[in-house]
Design a protein around this ligand. Structure first.
Ligand code: KIV
Length: 278
C-alpha cells in the first residue's frame, strides 16, 4: 500500500488492511521489509516510548519527531501521523498548522480522535488536501472523561451515537476510520453502513482491517495482556534473555573475544605481525 487511495481499493476488493504502530527508525526498517500495509505513528508513543500512563502528554513536536524517524526507516509505507491531545480543538488555523508540521515531517495522512465539535477542522483539512483518518469508540485522549480505557458503544443509544459519528466522518471526507474497543457487532454495523474502510483494534473481525500497537503484538510488555491483543512474539522474554547472556559474558570476561577486538599488528619497525591469541 502506497497511498490512501489504496485504502478504498482494498476495501472494494475485500482485501483486509494491516496496520501497526511505529515510532522509531529501527523498527520502521523491519516493517518496511514486511507485508504490513501501513504505519500509524500513534500518540500511544507517549505511553510506549516515553513511559506516560496516558496519551495526553504527547505534543506536536513529539509526534513530528517520531513521524520523521519512521519515514526515514520506512520510506515506502503509507505513514499516518496522530494529532495529539486537543491539537484539533484550537480552531481551524491551529489544526492546519499541526497537519502541516506532521506532513512536512513525513506523514502522508493524519488521524484525529472524535468528530463532534471539530467537524470544521476535519472539513478544512480534507478540503486543504490532507487525508484524514477518524478514530471513534474508545478515544484514549478522552480517558479521564470515559473513566478509563473501557469498551465503548455498548447499548442502543451509544451504538446509535457511534454510527452517527461514523457517518459524519465519512461525509466530511475521511478516508478511513479506526474503531477502538467496541463490540464486534457494532463494528460490523458501522463497516456495513459507511463506505470508507474501518480499521479495528479490539473491535472484532468484521472491520476492513486491523491495527495493533507494535510492542503489544511483539509481547514487549510482559504484564499487558488484554483480550484483543494476539502476541506473535514473546519479545520481553527474548530480549531479556539476550541481555542476561550479554551481562553474564561481560561478568565472566568472555566478551569481547580476540575476534571482536581491534589489534595493532605492526611492530616498532612498522612491520605486520600476527594478532595476539587473546
Ligand atoms: O495511538 C495509537 O496507537 C492509536 C491506535 C491504538 C489506534 O491510536
Amino acid at each position: 500500500m502506497k497511498t490512501v487511495r489504496d485504502f478504498a481499493r482494498f476495501r472494494a476488493a475485500g482485501r483486509r488492511i494491516s496496520m501497526v504502530t511505529c515510532y522509531d527508525a529501527w523498527s520502521a526498517r523491519i516493517i518496511q521489509a514486511s507485508r504490513i500495509d501501513c504505519i500509524l505513528v500513534g500518540d500511544s508513543a507517549a505511553m510506549v516510548m516515553h513511559g506516560h500512563d496516558s496519551t495526553i502528554p504527547a505534543t506536536v513536536e513529539m509526534m513530528a519527531a517520531h513521524v520523521a524517524a519512521v519515514r526515514r526507516g520506512a520510506p515506502d509505507k503509507l505513514t499516518i501521523g496522530d494529532f495529539p491531545f486537543l491539537a484539533h480543538r484550537q480552531g481551524v488555523a491551529h489544526a492546519v498548522a499541526v497537519a502541516e508540521r506532521l506532513m512536512k515531517a513525513g506523514a502522508q495522512a493524519v488521524k484525529i480522535e472524535g468528530v463532534r465539535g471539530h467537524e470544521d477542522a476535519i472539513g478544512a483539512l480534507v478540503e486543504g488536501g490532507v487525508p484524514v483518518m477518524g478514530h471513534l469508540g474508545l478515544t484514549p485522549q478522552s480517558v479521564h472523561q470515559l473513566g478509563g480505557f473501557k469498551v465503548q458503544a455498548r447499548g442502543e443509544a451509544a451504538a446509535a451515537r457511534l454510527l452517527a459519528d461514523a457517518r459524519t466522518l465519512a461525509e466530511l471526507g475521511a478516508f478511513g476510520l479506526v474503531l477502538e474497543a467496541v463490540p464486534s457487532e457494532i463494528a460490523r454495523a458501522v463497516t456495513d453502513e459507511i463506505e470508507i474502510p474501518t480499521i479495528g483494534i479490539g473491535a472484532g473481525p468484521h472491520t476492513s482491517g486491523q491495527v495493533l500497537v507494535l510492542h503489544d503484538l511483539l509481547g514487549c510488555d510482559e504484564t499487558f495482556r488484554p483480550r484483543f491483543v494476539r502476541r506473535y512474539l514473546e519479545g520481553h522474554a527474548l530480549v531479556r534473555r539476550a541481555l542476561d547472556r550479554y551481562a553474564e559474558d561481560v561478568e565472566n570476561n568472555e566478551f569481547p573475544s580476540t575476534e571482536e577486538s581491534y589489534h595493532d599488528t605492526t611492530d616498532s619497525h612498522g612491520r605486520r605481525v600476527a594478532a595476539p591469541a587473546r
